[in-house]
Design a binder for this molecule. Structure first.
Ligand code: ADP
Ligand code: MG
Length: 218
């Protein structure tokens, strides 16, 4: 299946469905080391995104158009840290996806741009127990896979696998950015909610490429 505008539409709709499915889990994670709103924040945001996609009178022409719609919707509907962080990630990603269909280098560029957006906005580096700890290994794995001759889908899979491992790797970390940093050492022993949701987002990109079914609105 090609990574075209129909794919990005499925990716976004699948993300909304997966976030709805994991809403309570993300709330629980954020309750341990934050204020318990991460699942609700993202659920509200992606539900609004699907609503806006459904309202379009003409289907989006470009992959970047869809990603830009996600960015502006998340920025205006998701409060807290995650809205601007994810919003900036999608906005940066939108700028590098001017092709009708993503090839392996374009997938790398998209994920790297997403990471750069998060870092530009949140000023976190790896090891600070944030979503950067999912996106940074994802970008590195994507780059390695593409350099080794992987297809666009294989690059996406490598990124999702690395994001999942990256989210798990936040468990023992002590948070030094975001709300969880207020807990200091007590933040260790819990998974970062933003890293967990980032892994869900990147896995949804893979599923959208391998499963033609468009999930129903959450
Ligand atoms: P809030 O913390 O305002 O309640 P959310 O609960 O929606 O917002 O999102 C929390 C997540 O945001 C954290 O789990 C972490 O992954 C991410 N985060 C917070 N601050 C930063 C930062 N400075 N850089 C990168 N990610 C961050
Ligand atoms: Mg929160």
């Amino acid at each position: 299946m090609t990574l075209d505008v129909a794919w990005v539409d499925r990716w976004v709709r699948r993300t909304a469905a997966v976030v709805a499915e994991h809403r309570v889990e993300l709330i629980e994670l954020d309750r341990q080391i934050g204020d318990g709103d991460h699942g609700e924040n993202l659920h509200r945001g992606f539900t609004a995104v699907v609503g806006r996609l459904d309202e379009l009178t003409e289907p989006p022409a470009q992959i970047g158009d869809v990603l830009k719609l996600v960015a502006t919707t998340l920025m205006s509907t998701v409060g807290g840290a995650a809205g601007p962080l994810y919003g900036t990630a999608y906005l940066r990603a939108a700028k590098v996806t001017g092709l009708p269909e993503l090839d392996a280098p374009a997938v790398v560029a998209m994920i790297e741009a997403g990471l750069e957006g998060i870092v530009a906005r949140g000023k976190a580096t790896t090891g600070e127990k944030t979503m950067v700890d999912a996106w940074s290994p994802a970008a590195a794995a994507a780059q390695t896979a593409a350099a080794g001759g992987a297809t666009a889908l294989e690059v996406l899979e490598a990124a999702a696998n690395a994001a999942e491992a990256g989210a798990v790797a936040t468990d023992p970390m002590v948070a030094t950015k975001g709300r969880a940093s207020y807990l200091g050492e007590r933040s260790a022993g819990h998974r970062d909610p933003g890293a967990a949701s980032s892994a869900l987002v990147l896995r949804a990109a893979v599923t959208a490429a391998t499963d033609p079914v468009v999930p129903a609105a959450p």
